[in-house]
Write a protein that binds this ligand. Structure first.
Ligand code: CA
Length: 679
């Protein structure tokens, strides 16, 4: 059965309150199901499926148990009959089937078809199609050298010294540019991010200029590989999908190109997008969803090597840790190699600067470590992070899963902190639930876990953590802090639902406080596109298939909420100018970040700490950071001295030009951050 295009968020919501990490499977030995693959040969060559030279086109399909296999050649990407069918010959040592023709077949299309257990399966473009016809049913043979934009050879993303220097901006292509207010010509397309000089009706920057103005370092694009749900042959229908329904992992999505019927166009335009962002000094992170496929039996994995690439329970049912109908089996060699080689391909061919792994805990730790190690060889600046949870139980033993709680067993990989997310704004499944920044007491210690990036800190009591009860991160570079993303309510909608009696101006004060916590915390800050202009989704929490009227960012909001936008700009500038917020080791944090003693039973929703002794080489000797999430002013004791005011009462000045203070008993406005600095 075709799956329902469930998003990870929807899966969570259906399953209950918290991401499921599974129980009772820890000691599971190799399953009876797995035993059947013991004699499968694997193949590690780099010529899988298609190799083209000036005088030859060669095919090699990994399908160890097929009885027969053929390649079908086509003139067209989606219609017409095959003009030729090539029989393939089997090599038992590698489990691969080969065929070839003595000329370069540029401009042609192909599919594979295998016979297994006496039955011919449906045609498939294979699992390694790097270019495809419309809707991804047939693989295309194109000359990749002709898809490179000018100066592509010298194209490079921003150099990243430490992952805590990265500021992530998560966006969906369509959300970002499709609204008429964007002033962008290529609405909803890769090319939208290549257009300089676009503005809203009031002349305020949109598009790539907006990103530059905001000061983020990396965009994280929602799934941009070829996904299943949007009919590329009917783009005027304006269908929308987040894209968590993978079809062809190694080709770009056609609906984001100006011509999905021409296989080279999507490749070229995605590269143009990367190039334009790189030229603007911005890195590109791809959301990757290797954890499941859009279809079960109809997936390209099943049509090439039935049973192998997905996990199953011992009774033969697909296991479903993704909540989308199936899960893949990274613990099997050929699947692990597939994931590793696929991200390497995107890094090499498209110069991608980072990968965000959806439901990363469906993958095993060993695979994720191999991913990071191999990417590092290509470009040490590549940032890998993921959701350290699953959306259902898995046959994979808990201790092998790339879980948040296991992040210290991984190298150069970060996980999202659901601790800070839920503690700051309230739980993600309960719309009306408030958090630290919106006046609900009891979240102070969990916010502190976020502030120290879940590292061991002598003043943080992990037993009081809402989600995690131990310092699971060995280093702040293992943590991505956020309060909202594409999943669940936008920050604006969350604030409107949880603060129903307050005005938007009060909610914006809370939004500023929430993001100040994220942007000043140790670890890597992450924000969702449009939050900086107070975008909402009309209260829709799982908008994966909602129309543009829900998902599109209205850029007139930038005019309306310009004060909020300026504040976000201040947050990125402050963070970039001050390494104290970007420490790189747990030891530094334990030494330089000192919390002030506050009795939360008397002064709830109040946190105060110092970054001391020129932390991480900061020009400021001491930075005092105070968060008041209460609906009334609260006062704190600031040591006597000459302080610059960096942030106060909803205003921010990265240079500390809001005024000066002599310290002493100091009042902090409701729902606000106070940041002071002294040299
Ligand atoms: Ca597609």
């Amino acid at each position: 059965m075709k799956n329902l295009f469930l998003s990870s968020a929807m899966a969570f919501t259906l399953l209950g309150l918290a991401p499921v990490i599974g129980t009772g499977t820890a000691a599971r030995a190799q399953s009876a199901y797995d035993a059947q693959f013991a004699d499968y040969p694997t193949y590690g060559g780099d010529d899988l499926e298609l190799t083209v030279t000036p005088d030859a086109t060669s095919f090699r399909l990994w399908s160890p148990k097929a009885q027969e296999a053929v390649v079908k050649l086509y003139d067209n990407g989606h219609t017409g009959q095959a003009y030729e069918t090539l029989p393939m010959t089997f090599d038992a040592a590698t489990g691969t089937w080969s065929a070839g023709v003595p000329k370069a077949l540029y401009g042609k299309y192909y599919t594979f078809q295998v016979k297994q257990d006496g039955k011919w399966l449906d045609e498939t473009p294979g699992v390694w199609a790097k270019a495809v016809g419309v809707n991804g049913k047939r693989a295309a043979i194109i000359d990749f050298t002709k898809t490179d934009p000018a100066h592509w050879c010298c194209d490079k993303g921003p150099e990243v010294k430490n992952f805590s220097d990265v500021i992530v901006y998560e966006m969906h292509h369509r959300d970002f540019s499709v609204d008429p207010s964007s002033g962008i010509a290529n609405k909803g397309k890769f090319l939208a991010l290549t257009e300089p000089g676009t503005t809203n009706a009031d002349g305020l920057a949109t598009g790539i200029d907006h990103l530059k103005e905001l000061g983020i370092t990396h965009v994280h694009i929602l799934p941009s590989y070829d996904y299943n749900s949007v009919d590329e042959a009917n783009l005027p229908a304006n269908q929308y999908n987040w894209g968590y329904d993978p079809q062809n992992y190694n080709a770009p999505e056609g609906s984001y190109s100006t011509n999905p019927s021409d296989p080279a166009t999507r490749v070229r335009e995605m590269k143009q997008m990367v190039k334009a962002l790189h030229d603007a000094g911005i890195g590109v992170i791809m959301d990757v969803v290797y954890n499941h496929t859009a279809e079960n039996d109809g997936s390209n994995f099943e049509l090439t090597a039935p049973g192998y690439y997905h996990r199953h329970w011992d009774d033969g049912r697909y296991s479903d840790a993704s909540g989308c109908g199936n899960e893949t089996a990274s613990d099997r060699r050929q699947m692990r190699d597939y994931i590793v080689n696929s991200v390497k391909y995107w890094a090499d061919e498209y110069h991608i600067d980072g990968f965000r792994f959806d439901l990363m805990a469906i993958h095993d730790i060993e695979t994720m470590n191999e991913v990071a190690a191999e990417l590092k060889k290509i470009n040490p600046s590549i940032f890998v992070y993921g959701e350290g949870w699953t959306a259902g139980d898995s046959p994979l033993a808990v201790e092998r899963r790339a879980l948040k709680e296991n992040v210290s067993k991984m190298t150069d990989i970060a996980v999202f902190s659901d601790d800070i997310r839920d503690a700051v704004k309230g739980h993600y499944t309960a719309a009306e639930d408030r958090g630290f920044a919106t006046g609900k007491p009891g979240n102070e210690e969990t916010v502190k876990i976020g502030i120290v990036a879940a590292t061991a800190h002598p003043q943080v009591d992990y037993s009081k953590g809402n989600n995690s009860k131990f310092p699971y991160a060995a280093s702040p570079e293992m943590i991505v802090n956020y309060v909202s993303c594409h999943d669940d309510l936008t920050l604006t909608d969350k604030l409107r639902k949880s603060m129903p009696a307050e005005s938007d101006s009060v909610r914006q004060a809370a939004a500023k406080l929430a993001q100040t916590i994220v942007f000043t915390s140790q670890g890597t800050p992450f924000m969702f596109a449009g939050e900086e202009v107070f975008r909402d989704k009309k209260g829709v929490h799982n908008s994966y298939i909602s129309p543009d009227s829900i998902n599109a960012i209205d850029w007139n909001l930038k005019t309306l909420n310009h004060d909020l936008f300026d504040y976000y700009k201040g947050l990125t500038a402050l963070r970039k100018a001050h390494p104290a917020f970007r420490m790189t080791t747990a030891q530094e944090i334990a030494k330089h970040l000192v919390f002030d003693r506050i009795d939360s039973s008397k002064q709830p929703n109040l946190i105060s700490y110092s970054l001391k002794d020129n932390a991480n080489g900061d020009a400021w000797k001491e930075i005092k950071v105070v968060f008041n999430g209460a609906d009334h002013a609260q006062s704190v004791n600031i040591p006597k001295g000459n302080w610059l005011i960096v942030a106060a009462d909803g205003k921010i000045s990265p240079e500390g030009l809001l005024g000066t203070s002599k310290g002493g008993r100091t009042e902090v406005a409701p729902y606000s951050a106070l940041i002071l600095a002294r040299e």
